[in-house]
Design a protein around this ligand. Structure first.
Ligand code: ATP
Length: 291
């Protein structure tokens, strides 16, 4: 095989809880991850010139070892003793530093793509073991779908896909550092924890309302006071008919869940008109099943 294409899907967290900070500084999480129909495209090509050669249409992204794609490829090729080179062409659509695991998903797609391109025969578990060395969300991104994610993010349990819904995903034009959010989170002071078990149950029952009733993200306790625009977008989404709205990951992206496509489209227009977000998508869960 000379060339392969891989899609790297973005994720949202429909529920995100942090249980404790471990002595090594990592946070133990309990979250429900969900892929959405927003994706980057990767084309991977074998080259005779050794090394990893990344090109991207996104001007702000590094194309050297600062890019997770290069790090993932280097790790895998080193581990598997691949001496040939690879060219990677990345078309970027997932908002950057948004809480949507764009970098992790690209890295996961690179691992899957290299595995196929060089016929390495790695199992999913092997790819996940490699990926977790670079980022806690990468094992999830190898498979995607609907997952309960525990530990530091590497303990994964598949859950039933949610019912079909329309989503508005809005990334305000602010940069929120993940390190700032976790650094300012006081786990021991958290009053409310989202009902993650209840949400898993609602997924099993195929109840969109049950899912929406249990949406929660403890990281909002840090980001919302610091960046009120997050709450403004959530309020607008709910006013305009979202069953519920929540920040994804460490933010600042907000998503709202709608049953009516027209309402979702009107909400996206209103967010744009009010200048609340620069990147706005009307999309769907990636693996949703019709209810
Ligand atoms: P998460 O949800 O896992 O916290 P995120 O959406 O907050 O991820 P990313 O978009 O993955 O954040 O990127 C965060 C940083 O990683 C950016 O500052 C970016 O420069 C760097 N980065 C490295 N490789 C990539 C990549 N392939 N795509 C996007 N960002 C990348």
């Amino acid at each position: 095989m000379q060339q392969i294409r891989e899609r790297a899907y973005a994720k949202i967290n429909i529920g995100l809880d942090v249980l404790r900070r471990r002595p090594d500084g990592y946070h133990e999480v309990k979250m429900i991850m969900q892929t959405v129909d927003i994706y980057d495209d990767l084309i991977l090509e074998r080259t005779s010139e050794p090394g990893i050669h990344l090109q991207t249409d996104h001007e702000e992204l590094p194309t050297n070892t600062d890019n997770l794609i290069c790090r993932a490829a280097a790790l895998m090729m080193e581990e598997k003793g691949i001496r040939e080179g690879v060219k990677v062409i990345l078309t970027k659509r997932i908002p950057i530093a948004a809480g949507m695991a764009g970098g992790s998903s690209d890295a996961a797609a690179a691992l899957r793509g290299l595995n196929a391109l060089f016929d390495m025969g790695c199992s999913v578990e092997e790819l996940q073991r490699l990926g977790v060395k670079l980022g806690a969300d990468i094992p999830y991104c190898i498979v995607g779908g609907t997952m309960l994610s525990e530990g530091i993010g590497e303990i994964l349990t598949p859950l039933p896909a949610p019912p079909d819904a329309h989503l508005v995903v809005a990334k305000p034009d602010i940069n929120v550092s993940t390190a700032f959010v976790y650094g300012n989170l006081h786990v021991e002071r958290l009053q409310d924890h989202p009902d993650i078990e209840g949400m898993a149950q609602a997924l099993s029952e195929g109840s969109l309302q049950g899912i929406c009733d249990r949406m929660g993200n403890v990281l909002e306790t840090v980001t919302v006071p610091a960046y009120p625009v997050i709450e403004n977008i959530k309020d607008l989404m709910r006013e305009m008919g979202a069953h519920n709205a929540l920040m994804s990951g460490s933010g600042p992206t907000v998503f709202g869940i709608f049953t009516d496509k027209k309402q979702a489209e009107l909400t996206a227009e209103a967010i744009e008109k009010q200048g609340l977000a620069g990147q706005i998508f009307v999309t769907n869960f990636h693996n949703a099943k019709s209810n």
